[in-house]
Design a protein around this ligand. Structure first.
Ligand code: SAM
Length: 283
């Protein structure tokens, strides 16, 4: 990692570095889920490669609301192991570039894309959303999905988003914001404490987007579907517990998180939703 990363970026990369699965572990998890790994599709792997609330359903909704179609160039900022990037490319034919701070996420993601035969349309690079290794005006849509909540330097994030978007391009966020009540209950899926969580209020985010010359559209609140999704995931863990199975480390963390995230949403400590903002059209 380069020497000029901030303290918070080092902490974030260390957190995910300890959690991201390598290629063989992803394959093993799929087999545990009963998936035949000898003939995998992008959609099969989406069972385990989407690191956000709402899984494939929310990726598809984000894609449709953003109007992504074949021929577009998309940036998936904070792409994790590339589940969203591959799903968008596979369903729409768009070309998707991922960017992530965690080297193992980029490595696993690129290996999965090659294995699934979509590496002509999907690739990931290592770097920070606060200092993007891309030319000005390259992308039709920049996706920020469950990433902004752990970026401390938000002006640098939105400054970079604005720079790499084409005139008239779209920022499509599916992310977490601070609620009216603070602090959130920990653990959060992205933080055991405040060291790797940098939530801001929706009003602050909207003000910041405007300051960067982007035009935000009305926020789409996902509290209801978020609570439903968390409740469903929780019942799956409960079923496993009832079957007497021992929980893996990941399942233990998911259980702890399900105990905090439902109250976080229902007590107004966190906001989850889609936020779209368009860059100025210079034509
Ligand atoms: C919760 S995961 C979401 C991954 C992916 N967007 C998804 O929905 O499947 C958050 C990801 O954001 C990445 N991330 C956090 N801060 C970042 C930054 N400053 N630049 C690039 N990636 C970052 C982390 O490394 C991690 O892979």
């Amino acid at each position: 990692m380069s020497m000029n990363r901030s303290e918070s970026e080092r902490a974030v990369a260390e957190l995910w570095g300890g959690r991201i699965s390598d290629f063989d572990t992803v394959m093993a998890r799929l087999r545990e889920d009963g998936v035949d790994t000898s003939s995998l599709t992008v959609v099969d792997v989406n069972k385990v490669d989407l690191m956000h609330m709402g899984g494939a359903e929310s990726t598809d909704e984000l894609t449709e609301r953003a109007g992504i179609i074949g021929g577009m160039e998309i940036l998936d900022a904070g792409c994790g192991i590339g589940g969203t990037s591959r799903r968008i490319a596979y369903r729409t034919g768009a070309k998707v570039t991922g960017l992530d701070l965690t080297p193992s996420a980029v490595e696993t993601g690129n290996r999965l894309s090659a294995h699934l035969g979509v590496d002509d349309r999907v690739s990931a690079v290592h770097g920070s959303v606060t200092d993007m290794p891309f030319d000005d005006g390259r992308f039709d849509v920049v996706i920020v999905q469950h990433c902004a909540m752990q970026v401390e330097e938000k002006d640098r994030l939105f400054g970079e988003v604005t720079r790499v978007l084409k005139p008239g391009g779209l920022l499509a966020m599916h992310d977490w914001f601070a609620g009216q009540v603070a602090p959130p209950h920990y653990p959060l899926p992205w933080a055991d404490g405040p060291e790797t969580s940098f939530l801001e209020s929706l009003d602050d985010a909207i003000g910041r987007l405007k300051a960067h010359g982007l035009s935000p559209e009305p926020f789409i609140d996902l509290k209801g579907s978020g609570v439903e999704w968390l409740t469903r995931s929780r019942s799956e863990i409960d079923r496993q517990l009832a079957d007497g199975g021992e929980l893996t480390q990941t399942q233990q963390r998911n259980l702890a998180v399900s105990q905090t995230m439902i109250p976080n949403l229902s007590e107004g400590r966190l906001l989850l939703g889609y936020l779209f903002a368009r860059s100025a059209d210079q034509s």
